[in-house]
Design a binder for this molecule. Sequence first.
Ligand code: HEC
Ligand code: HEC
Length: 306
Amino acid sequence: MTPPADATEPVDASVTELVDADDEAASPVAERPVRVRGRLTPRVRGSRPVSAKRRRRSSALVLSLALLATGVLWSVFAPTGNAADPTESEAVRNGQALYLQGCSTCHGLNASGTQSGPSLIGVGSAAVDFQVSTGRMPLAGAAAQAKRKDPSYSQTQIDQIAAYIQTLGGGLEKPTITQKELADADMAFGGELYRSNCAQCHQVAGQGAPLTYGKYAPALTNATPEQILEAMRVGPESMPVFGQGQLDDNSAKAIAAYIVASRDATSPGGDKLGAYGPVPEGLLAILVGIGGLLGVCLWIGARQKV
Ligand code: HEC
Ligand code: HEC
């Protein structure tokens, strides 16, 4: 037996709501015009010219509000790196001039590469900043690996060359890190990540080590925090690329902070012995410690004879 469909039947509240909403949705045409006419007709009919003027005024108001909103939205969402920015296009022009002068012999007049250097299209400003600010580029001569040396360009010029290369097919942009981010980074986490990702090549204390075929992982004593981030993202030469998927920005910054802090750390225990770890420390302990004890024994023995 089904219960009687009585309106007064105490039904579940949500069911009543559902039914109400359904009713309204089902008969919008039947109900709304009546309601609208009932409310609006007397006003409209009583003062037709005023209402027309008012309507014109209100549409002008709506139009100006819409224009204002468009303006606000544009200023919020407009792309900041505007290509029409005169200072930026000047930087690109200067960068192109510097490029043609210093880099095009190896990388080609339009950066698409020659026999003496790879294409730079799509390498991005991160790679250019890394290579030129560490002095690796312009390449000095044939070697297994470009060496770090004093940069040949000022940072402004490097930024200009990087801006020019960035316009050729984009690529990874130069990463940034602030002093505050360096100071706030989780150093212990950075150290852990460093030991698991970087120490096998750069060694525990970042002193570097030789690799195969005349290549080497350089010491990390001179790299700036920006260069450390760039190296991870770009993966120069035989260094692997550490992308966002492996090390997100926070992790990368923690590693940079750890490297910078650990190389500046003083050594309260005495000389670091080149930070080569337990082997030279043990050797020193054996030579000086046991050698010293032997010396004392010999000295005591020599005195007893007399
Ligand atoms: C004498 C030739 C030579 C000159 C001059 C030179 N490069 Fe290079 N460049 C190379 C070679 C060879 C490589 C690849 C081997 C390497 O990285 O050591 C390279 C690699 C690079 C890379 C890395 C490309 C990548 O795929 O990550 C960048 C960026 C770069 N050069 C930029 C420049 C810029 C900018 C200049 C000018 C300031 C310059 N180079 C001048 C020969 C040159
Ligand atoms: C497989 C070995 C290897 C691993 C792992 C490695 N690197 Fe490197 N790294 C290199 C090599 C090789 C170079 C030199 C590249 C060149 O000269 O173009 C280098 C260069 C660098 C430089 C530039 C140093 C300078 O003074 O210019 C930095 C900074 C750096 N690595 C940081 C790191 C960090 C941080 C990690 C861990 C996330 C890491 N590397 C992992 C091999 C490695």
